[in-house]
Ligand binder design. Structure first.
Ligand code: SAM
Length: 289
C-alpha cells in the first residue's frame, strides 16, 4: 500500500454511489453518502448521467463487482441492526475506506461506538474530504489509523478506548484479499485476544478459483489488473474448507458462509437490471470463542 493510502477505497465508494444513483428499484443497498466520500474524479463522473452511462455500456465488467459490494454492505448492516437490538454496543470497521455508516445512522449515536480502522494514508484522505465537505463527525465515531501489515490492531484499538467486555461486531469488507496470509491470521488472533466471547466478525474473501478460473473471466481479468495497477494487488483467497482450520486457530468459530448464489436468492432474483454478485467472492460470518 502506498503512503497516501488506498485508491480501491474510492472505487468501492464509487460503486455504491453508482448503484444508489442509477440502479433499478429496489436498490439492494442505499448509500446516500458514497457520492460525497469518493474521489473528486469519481464524483465528477458519477454526477454526469452521460458519463455514468458509459459504465453500464463500456465497463459492464464492473457490474458483478457492484453486485458484490452492495450485497456485502447490506448483509453487514442488517446483521448489525439485529445485534444492536440484542445489546451489541461496539462496531469496528476494519479497513473502513470511505464507508458512510456513521453519517447515515445518527440515531445510533447513543447506543453504538463506531471504530473506523484504516491505513493511515486512506484515513487521512477521508479526514480531508470530510473537512472539505463541512460535515460534522458524529460523537460516537473514533478514527484509528492502523497498518495491518505492520501494527498490532489490539494495541491501537485499546488505546482508542475499545471496551474488551462489550459485545462487538467487526466488519472487514474488501480487505482480506489484499493482505498476506500472515497478517490475516495475525489480525484475526489479535481481534479474538481482546474481544469478549460471542462477538462477531463478518468479512469477504475470494474463492481460490478466483485466481485461476475467475481470472480468466472479463470481470476477473480487469479486476486483478486494475487493483495491481493501483498498487493494491489481490493476493489472498480461501475456500470455506480453509476457514474451518484458519478461524478456530485464530479463536473464532465459523458460523456462516454466504455465497453469491445465496445473495442472488436473497436480493437479486427478479431485478429489472442484470445486477448479480460476482461468482468468485463470498461473505463469511464468525463468532469469537
Ligand atoms: C477495497 S477498499 C474497501 C474499503 C471499505 N471496507 C469498503 O468496503 O468500501 C480496501 C481497504 O482496505 C484498506 N487496507 C488495505 N491494506 C491495508 C493495510 N495493510 N492496513 C490497513 N488498511 C488496509 C485500505 O486502506 C482500504 O480502505
Amino acid at each position: 500500500m502506498k503512503k497516501k493510502g488506498s485508491r480501491t477505497a474510492d472505487t468501492s465508494a464509487a460503486q455504491r454511489a453508482y448503484h444508489t444513483l442509477y440502479a433499478s428499484e429496489p436498490k439492494v443497498f442505499n448509500d446516500t453518502f458514497a457520492i460525497q466520500l469518493t474521489s473528486p474524479a469519481w464524483r465528477f463522473c458519477l454526477k454526469n448521467k452521460w458519463v455514468a452511462g458509459l459504465i453500464e455500456h463500456h465497463y459492464d465488467w464492473i457490474i458483478p463487482m457492484i453486485g458484490h459490494h452492495v450485497a456485502r454492505s447490506r448483509y453487514v448492516e442488517e446483521r448489525l441492526d439485529k445485534l444492536v437490538a440484542e445489546g451489541f454496543t461496539q462496531y469496528v470497521l476494519l479497513g473502513a475506506g470511505m464507508d458512510s455508516f456513521a453519517f447515515r445512522r445518527p440515531e445510533l449515536e447513543e447506543k453504538l461506538t463506531v471504530y473506523e480502522i484504516d491505513h493511515p494514508g486512506t484515513q487521512m484522505r477521508k479526514h480531508k474530504r470530510i473537512q472539505k465537505l463541512g460535515i460534522t463527525v458524529p460523537a460516537n465515531v473514533k478514527y484509528v489509523p492502523v497498518d495491518f501489515e505492520k501494527d498490532f490492531l489490539s494495541e491501537k484499538l485499546l488505546a482508542a478506548g475499545f471496551q474488551t467486555n462489550k459485545k462487538t461486531l467487526f466488519a472487514w469488507l474488501g480487505v482480506v484479499p489484499y493482505l498476506t496470509e500472515e497478517s490475516i491470521l495475525g489480525t484475526l488472533k489479535d481481534i479474538s485476544k481482546i474481544t469478549v466471547t460471542g462477538s462477531e466478525l463478518i468479512f469477504d474473501t475470494l474463492y481460490r478459483s478466483a485466481f485461476t478460473k475467475g481470472k480468466g473471466t472479463m470481470t476477473g481479468k480487469k479486476l486483478f489488473r486494475s487493483t495491481r495497477k493501483k498498487g493494491e494487488p489481490m493476493i489472498s483467497g480461501h475456500d470455506p474448507e480453509d476457514l474451518k482450520k484458519l478461524l478456530p486457530e485464530a479463536g473464532f468459530e465459523l458460523t456462516g458462509v454466504v455465497s453469491p448464489e445465496d445473495f442472488t436468492r436473497m436480493w437479486f432474483n427478479g431485478r429489472k437490471d442484470a445486477l448479480k454478485p460476482w461468482k468468485y467472492s463470498y461473505v463469511v460470518r464468525a463468532r469469537v470463542k
